[in-house]
Write a protein that binds this ligand. Sequence first.
Ligand code: NAD
Length: 281
Amino acid sequence: MSAKILDGKAIAASIRAEIKDEIANDDIKCGLAVVLVGEDEASKVYVRNKIKACADTGIKSYAYYLQQSTEEDEILQLIDALNNDSNIHGILVQMPLPSHINEKKIISAIDPSKDVDGFCAINLGKLFLGEKDVLAPCTPSGIIEILKRSNIEISGKRAVVVGRSNIVGKPAAFLMLKENATVTIAHSKTQDLGLITSSADILIVAAGKQELITQNMVKKGAVVIDVGIHRTENGLKGDVQFDEVSKVAQAITPVPGGVGPMTIAMLLKNTLNAAKKFKSV
Ligand code: NAD
């Protein structure tokens, strides 16, 4: 048996094309502010990719590059101005922030209706409550889109999420619950991880541990979503041993080209949804 490859790159491309069409056809005014503090090289690449993705889809981006030494108050003042700017429908502050800045304080200063990363307590609370039209975190939303657009049934299935971070694991678990999966969350203190993961019809792995999941930890015919990203001498690797696990899984996301490309696509989608909501109020 060889697993079907779930092509996140292709799915992300269709989502981006749909967003581009909708913005052009309905003449939607849509603006995203991207704030980068400091000189982190990886963050610069992420920001550049996000700005390019905006340009490709017709979203106007507003970039703010602030020095590493910028004071917290200055960032809060900028966020306040962006909250009150009707050209801006989404605000993204690239993480991580320099250590003298309180990330929680910055995230909670963003108007929840413009919090297109979906990280603030109000949006995470809405997700917890199972509310509709929530600005949900982008990577977990991307996982749901991959499953849905690959016609993988979620309702009634047994889902295991490995990882409980606030940006991936926990929101992924709540989104799966919203889709009526029976959800188990495993984490670093879980005992006998393989016993838990091998019960999964849908296994979502966001542990940040290279090739943690081996073939014997996966049920035959399971769907495996690998969120992990690890830069190695042999290119990017995930949290799942792809070659071995793809022999038993029914379907699997590759790394790269699986979940990764979905994150920016869902950021664009959240920005468009925020702009549409703004227009309708
Ligand atoms: P994190 O370090 O914040 O959280 C990791 C979680 O995994 C923790 O909750 C921890 O309890 C759990 N964990 C760690 N070791 C474990 C083990 N041995 N067994 C079971 N659980 C274990 O990481 P994160 O931000 O959630 O990211 C997870 C991975 O996903 C990373 O590799 C990250 O680079 C990647 N990531 C990818 C994207 C994307 O766009 N594809 C986005 C965000 C994160």
